[in-house]
Design a protein. Structure first.
Length: 85
């Protein structure tokens, strides 16, 4: 799972143009929104598209669990692992 965590961190950096961050700068369990990385709803949309492209996994914006999936890198990794085609 560590490999997937690092892939997701790299995807976040590349998809959101966070060139000042490295994979090591992103805590696997830290919140991605708010006080964590400080991402916003536009970032969530861009990250969702990047995840769809990279892993062929769709995160439904209308799903009541979407906020939980995007809570941290660890949660994204669990969701991607469970839903990979």
């Amino acid at each position: 799972m560590d490999t997937l965590h690092n892939e997701i961190k790299q995807l976040i950096i590349e998809a959101l143009n966070l060139e000042d961050l490295t994979v090591e700068d992103i805590d696997t369990d830290a919140p991605l929104f708010g006080e964590g990385l400080g991402l916003d709803s536009i970032d969530a949309l861009e990250l969702g598209l990047a995840i769809k492209k990279a892993y062929n996994v769709v995160i439904d914006a209308d799903d009541s669990n979407t906020r939980e999936h995007f809570a941290s890198v660890a949660n994204l990794a669990k969701f991607i692992s469970a839903n990979k085609a």
